[in-house]
Design a protein around this ligand. Structure first.
Ligand code: ATP
Ligand code: MG
Length: 300
C-alpha cells in the first residue's frame, strides 16, 4: 500500500515524531486512509530507531493477519520495513465485523497492547476499524477502547463531519490529546464486493499450507461450548488466550467427541482452548458466511 503513489499531505510532514510513545490510535470512518496513515506513522517512528508495534485492529480488511483476528507485530529493531518482521501475536474476534463482537475487540486490543508493552515496545500504532458510527455502537466501542487502552495520542482522520459525535467530547477532555487530520484526496473508497474479495483472498493465503488435524475435544477448553458446525472457523488458543492458529471444521464425530480441522498448525502441543466464531468458511473458495445470525449488517 505504501509503495503505490503515496500522497503525503503537508500536515503529515509537519508532525513531530521525535517524542511519540505509548499507544497512538488512528481513528476514522471506512476508507479515509487510516491504514495508509498508520503505516506512514509506523515507518517514521521506526526510523528514529524505536522498538515499535503495529496493531492491526480491523477484523474485516486485515493487513497483518487473517480476517476475524486482530494482529500485533513488532519491528525487528532498527528495521522500518512494513509488514513488521519481529514478534507477532494474534487474538480472535470470531467475525469479520466488530458488530456483535465488541467484547473480543476490546479484550483482544487490551491483551495485545499489554503483550507489546511487556516486550518493551516504546510505541504502539493502533490502526482501527472504520466502525465509528453511533448507530450500532461503533462510537461507544471507540470510547470504551480509549478508556481501557489509555492512548497517549489519537489521530482522527475526517472526510466531512462523520467523527464529530466522537470528537466533541474528546476535544474538551484532557484525558487524551487529539490531532485532527483531513482525509487525503488520494484515499479511495472500496465497494462491498472488493472488500469481500480481499477477505476471501486473505483467508485463502492463510490456509495455503494447511492440512487436516484431528482433535479430541474433551482435552481442550471450548469457548463458548462444543457447538461445532461444518465449515466453522475456530481459533486454537494458547493458555494466555492468544491465537496460535485458525482452523476450519471439516468433520465432526459427536459420539467420539472428535473434530477434524483444516489448519496450517502442525501440532496441538501449544493449544489450550478452541474458540468458536460466528463464521463458516467454504474450504475450497474460502468465502465466508455468518452462522447463527443469517445476514449480519456489516458483512459486506
Ligand atoms: N495518502 C494516500 N496516498 C495514496 N493513496 C491513499 C492514501 N490514503 C489512502 N489511499 C488509498 O485509498 C484506499 C483506502 O485507504 P486505507 O486502506 O488506508 O483506508 P482505511 O481508512 O484504512 O480503510 P478501511 O476502513 O477499509 O480500513 C487504499 O487503496 C489506499 O491505497
Ligand atoms: Mg484500514
Amino acid at each position: 500500500m505504501m509503495d503505490k503513489a503515496l500522497n503525503i499531505p503537508p500536515a503529515w510532514e509537519r508532525l513531530d515524531f521525535s517524542r511519540l510513545g505509548g499507544i497512538l490510535m488512528v481513528l476514522g470512518a471506512p476508507d479515509v486512509g487510516k491504514s495508509t496513515f498508520a503505516q506512514y506513522l509506523y515507518r517514521r517512528i521506526c526510523a528514529s530507531s524505536a522498538y515499535v508495534a503495529y496493531l492491526d485492529g480491523d477484523p474485516g480488511q486485515s493487513i497483518l493477519g487473517p480476517p476475524a483476528t486482530l494482529t500485533l507485530a513488532l519491528n525487528a529493531r532498527g528495521d522500518a520495513s512494513f509488514p513488521p518482521q519481529g514478534r507477532i501475536w494474534r487474538s480472535f474476534v470470531g467475525s469479520v465485523s466488530p458488530r456483535g463482537h465488541m467484547l473480543p475487540m476490546l479484550t483482544g486490543a487490551f491483551r495485545l497492547t499489554t503483550a507489546a508493552r511487556e516486550d518493551g515496545a516504546q510505541a504502539i500504532i493502533h490502526d482501527t476499524s472504520g466502525f465509528v458510527s453511533p448507530v450500532g455502537g461503533g462510537s461507544n466501542l471507540k470510547l470504551a477502547k480509549i478508556e481501557v487502552l489509555r492512548p497517549t495520542l489519537i489521530f482522527a482522520i475526517q472526510r466531512e463531519q462523520e467523527l464529530e459525535r466522537l470528537l466533541i467530547p474528546l476535544r474538551r477532555s484532557h484525558r487524551v490529546q487529539v490531532i485532527e487530520l483531513s482525509s487525503s484526496p488520494a484515499a479511495r473508497r472500496r465497494d462491498p464486493a472488493t472488500r469481500r474479495g480481499y477477505r476471501t483472498n486473505q483467508f485463502a493465503n492463510y490456509f495455503t499450507n494447511s492440512q487436516l488435524l484431528r482433535m479430541n475435544w474433551p482435552r481442550f477448553a471450548i469457548f463458548p461450548g462444543p457447538f461445532f458446525e461444518l465449515g466453522h472457523l475456530v481459533a486454537l488458543e494458547n493458555a494466555a488466550g492468544f491465537t496460535v492458529g485458525l482452523g476450519i471444521v471439516r468433520e465432526i464425530d459427536r459420539e467420539s467427541k472428535q473434530i477434524e480441522i483444516q489448519t496450517p498448525l502442525t501440532s496441538t502441543n501449544e493449544v489450550d482452548a478452541i474458540r468458536l466464531g460466528n463464521l463458516a468458511l467454504d474450504p475450497q473458495t474460502f468465502e465466508g458466511r455468518h452462522l447463527n445470525h443469517g445476514a449480519v449488517p456489516g458483512w459486506t
